[in-house]
Design a protein around this ligand. Structure first.
Ligand SMILES: [Zn+2]
Ligand SMILES: [Zn+2]
Length: 428
């Protein structure tokens, strides 16, 4: 199918373009972006008043396949991604089995190709089974398509192993995505350690447990010349450390989640111990949240990533201490960013789109995140004014664990095209 996307406001940070343009798509690829392109034999999509952007990339997603198909599958996670405005997702390796070998990587790639409506980029393990003992089959997994390595969910406790991972990945030019947590300090903590944890009588995980590992791994990145990407960075001091390291030329990037720029640890109290406010890293304090907003605005933060973590309802309905960490994010990420960052006047549209496109594409080495002629036609269309009332009952995800039920947000993705095929059309 050939398409002419007519009359939208095209925002493509890679091309430094923000103007009303037409976009011509043929045989799954972008042909060109220009003024008044004739339709010829293309089907016309009238996108007047909408924003046309390169396809959004969520670089931190947990699909539960293989192993926990009751929580999320290639189909349900892909549908959630498409409805959330994403055309590509990078998926973490903490499945069952872990993605620590070529055979698991190949399984994920082949299943995704036939069953997932968006592009799936697997992330391989740092260590075998994420145990932190010996390196996984990194070279073989790279051959089969991994774009990064991470033991996300488990911090790499051994500095020696992290050093080896950073040295080894230099050969392949891929980043190590780092879940920063000093477990001997955070262990047993179920929320942020501070005023609210004291008041609620819950065991806290201090901000320092994140900052210690951020500091250690920045030192190791400098020492090895390897490339480090800090996952779900959540504290003011972590951000300061990254800002400082970037200024000194260390190869570091970082991502922030929508929940860490939208919520604080006060939500645990206000929601009366709702386990949908339990995630790792935990929701932090207002000064941390303000730092995240600042980092997003000034460019210290490279990407917004959801850390989409589906959980079975019964498991999440346990008491706060017992429930698993993690919340959904694919279907609310873009509306939260539009409402809390763009409409709040903190970011302009080019910067916001860049956080979802140019930057994650650069970090993971993907030839996507732009509307340049010849690239696959991955396109995200936004309606900046669409009002959204979050209803998790209508989520495409198989799970329901999100803390935003009933939130009113301004702005939403309304159409997602993947390789020239419409994967989601929510225009009304
Ligand atoms: Zn993590
Ligand atoms: Zn994660």
């Amino acid at each position: 199918m050939n398409w002419l996307l007519k009359g939208g406001r095209v925002v493509d940070p890679a091309a430094r373009l923000d103007a009303v343009r037409d976009v011509l798509v043929r045989d799954g690829k972008i042909v060109r972006v220009g003024e008044s392109i004739p339709a010829d034999n293309s089907r016309v999509l009238d996108l007047k008043g909408k924003v046309v952007a390169p396809g959004f990339i969520d670089m931190h997603v947990h699909l539960r396949e293989p192993g926990r198909e009751d929580e999320e599958t290639m189909e349900s996670g892909g549908a959630a991604a498409a409805a959330g405005g994403f055309t590509s997702i990078a998926v973490m390796p903490n499945t069952d089995p872990w993605n620590d070998s070529q055979s698991v990587t190949e399984y994920i790639v082949s299943q995704a190709r036939s069953r997932c409506p968006v592009n799936v980029y697997p992330i391989g393990c740092v260590s075998k089974q994420g145990k932190g003992e010996e390196l996984a089959e990194i070279g073989d997994m790279v051959k089969s398509g991994i774009v990064a390595i991470s033991d996300d969910g488990h911090p790499v406790a051994s500095a020696h192993l992290m050093r080896m991972a950073l040295e080894y990945t230099r050969i392949f030019g891929i980043p190590v995505i780092d879940h920063c947590e000093e477990r001997s300090l955070s262990c047993g903590g179920v929320m942020h350690e501070g005023f609210h944890s004291t008041l609620l009588g819950l065991k806290g995980a201090p901000a320092a447990s994140e900052e210690i590992l951020v500091a250690r791994d920045l030192i190791l990145a400098e020492m090895t010349g390897g490339r480090i990407h800090i996952a779900h960075l959540s504290t003011r001091r972590s951000l300061e450390k990254v800002r400082e390291a970037k200024a000194r030329g260390i190869a570091v990037t970082c991502e922030v989640t929508p929940h860490h720029f939208s919520l604080t640890d006060a939500a645990v109290a206000e929601s009366h111990y709702d386990t949908n406010t339990k995630m790792n890293p935990p929701l932090r304090e207002e000064s941390d949240r303000q730092a995240m907003l600042q980092g997003l605005a000034d460019g210290t933060v490279d990407a917004i990533a959801s850390d989409h973590a589906p959980h079975n309802r019964i498991e999440k309905e346990m008491e706060f201490d017992q429930a698993p960490f993690g919340i959904l994010g694919l279907e609310t990420s873009v509306s939260l960013a539009l409402d809390r960052l763009f409409h709040a006047g903190l970011l302009d549209l080019t910067r916001l789109v860049g956080l979802y496109t140019t930057s994650p594409a650069r970090i993971l080495g993907l030839e996507r995140g732009t509307l340049a002629a010849g690239v696959p036609a991955d396109i995200t269309v936004l309606d900046l004014e669409k009002s959204v009332s979050v209803d998790q009952g209508g989520f495409r995800s198989k799970s329901r664990n999100a803390p935003y039920q009933g939130w009113k947000l301004r702005g939403a993705p309304v159409l997602t095209m993947v390789g020239g095929r419409i994967a989601f059309d929510g225009r009304s």
